[in-house]
Design a protein around this ligand. Structure first.
Ligand code: LLP
Length: 422
């Protein structure tokens, strides 16, 4: 569910007409709904109400300061994967004790920044990382709470580029070696083992892979406790999917997911952490774009938009589907059309959809990409020297630009000439 609905034929973000935002900020742009962001966070929070828990928003999905601030104020923790994300969380006022540091390649510098600023835990992904973290912690006179991320060798049944829980993936340590790795960690004076971490992939549309992974985590918890480790916290990762094609997809809801967690690991008495990104931010955002031309090819019509793969890379990178809808519904009686929907970038990969049936539109009409809040703005670039598109936040009847569009001059001024060319 989201808060992007039509009123009298015009698409709104909460109580603001999308066309009004377009008139104020120009196109393309991202727009986020405060109500949807808060609602999705609350759904997860309530789904884990049966026990002690913390919902840590995966900042990689959407890391604008305004979004982090509003979720942090609502009580969310943050899952970060770089010093940059860590510092963004801190800058938005999220306390260190609510920030979890994940990621397969943390550097010593990143570890230092997070330890000095305060951190809830590190999710460690390998023995070499553990050794470096121990050294950094000791050099700072700290003892750092850690979980070890285990790779349960479970097929997440999602796109290959976003599956992480199979033994062929680079993530975590094989669950079969977990007891040895925990024994190693227990002997490191800079580290304090507190739990287990697992994350098997993203955009999962069934509960079965989570169930398989969480059962393995439950079993490992018992084994590690028998080995003498304190396992009091389970970080169960993110990954719950969202309906991208609303007409035919109905992935499980956070309530089903919370009940599954209770069923698989609830008896262990651990504090539960989860790291959802997409389900909180995905359907809380649209990318709005304008039709530049409608062009007739040999056997098809091309809808050429002012948004492109540099603004929203998911279709080019993962063959991802986004519903694309007109911002003003067509008048009754206008025949639907079929388009290849593309951007202006000079490569054929700059295609958002092929043979897409949608209401007919014409040059200068606005269209909205649904479910673009997650992995949209954060993955954008300035390829083809197209300035990064702005982000806008709506709350009720108010809206504000939360990242402005740079001017061409600002974009160019980021480069500097070496002295010999000046
Ligand atoms: N925790 C860890 C350790 C992760 O690696 C991820 C996502 C998450 C949590 C959040 O997963 P979510 O709840 O958002 O599914 N760019 C891709 C998605 C990459 C996901 C990477 N890891 C896309 O656009 O589909």
């Amino acid at each position: 569910m989201d808060h992007f609905l039509y009123r009298d034929g015009a698409l709104y973000a909460e109580d603001v007409a999308i066309a009004d935002i377009a008139a104020a900020v120009g196109t393309p742009f991202y727009v986020y709904s405060t109500a949807t962001l808060k609602r999705h966070f609350t759904l997860f929070d309530e789904a884990l109400d049966w026990g002690e828990h913390l919902v840590c928003f995966a900042m990689k999905s959407l890391s604008n300061q305004a979004v982090i601030k509003l979720l942090g104020d609502a009580g969310a923790g943050m899952d970060v994967v770089s010093a940059g994300e860590y510092l963004r969380a801190k800058a938005a006022g999220v306390p260190g004790e609510r920030i979890v540091f994940s990621g397969v390649g943390k550097t010593a510098d990143e570890m230092r920044i997070a330890i000095e600023g305060g951190i809830r835990q590190f999710n460690v992904e390998s023995e070499p990382e553990m050794i470096v973290l121990d050294q950094v912690a000791q050099s700072l006179g700290a003892v750092i709470p850690i979980t070890v991320r285990v790779n349960p060798d479970v097929d997440a049944k999602t796109h290959a580029k976003i599956a992480t829980g199979k033994s062929e993936n680079k993530f975590g340590i094989p669950i079969s070696r977990a007891r040895d790795v925990y024994a190693l960690a227990a002997n490191m004076p800079g580290l304090k083992v507190i739990g287990i971490d697992v994350h098997i992939g993203s955009q999962l549309t069934e509960l079965a892979p989570f169930e398989a992974a969480y059962n393995k985590v439950a079993e490992l918890t018992e084994q590690l406790r028998a080995d003498g480790h304190e396992i009091s916290r389970l970080d169960l990762g993110g990954g719950l999917g969202i309906p991208y094609a609303r007409s035919n997809e109905a992935p499980p809801l956070p309530t089903d997911y919370g009940a599954l967690i209770q069923r698989t690991v609830g008896h262990l008495g651990c504090e539960i952490e989860i790291e959802p990104g997409r389900l909180i931010s995905g359907n809380a955002g649209l990318m709005v774009s304008k039709v530049i031309y409608v062009k007739s090819g040999e056997d098809r019509e091309f809808l050429i938009l002012d948004g492109a793969m540099n603004d929203l890379i998911r279709p080019a990178m993962y063959e991802a589907w986004h519903d694309i809808v007109p911002v003003v519904e067509s008048a009754p009686g206008v025949a639907p059309a079929t388009y290849d929907i593309v951007g202006p970038i000079c490569e054929s990969g700059d295609t958002f959809a092929k043979h897409r049936d949608m209401p007919a539109v014409k040059a200068d009409d606005l269209v909205a990409f649904r479910s673009a809040g997650a992995y949209g703005a954060v993955m954008s670039s300035e390829y083809n020297s197209r300035p990064m598109i702005p982000e806008v936040l709506v709350d009720g009847d108010q809206f504000a630009v939360i990242r402005p569009r740079p001017t061409y001059e600002e974009m160019i001024a980021r480069d500097t000439l070496p002295p010999w060319l000046d």
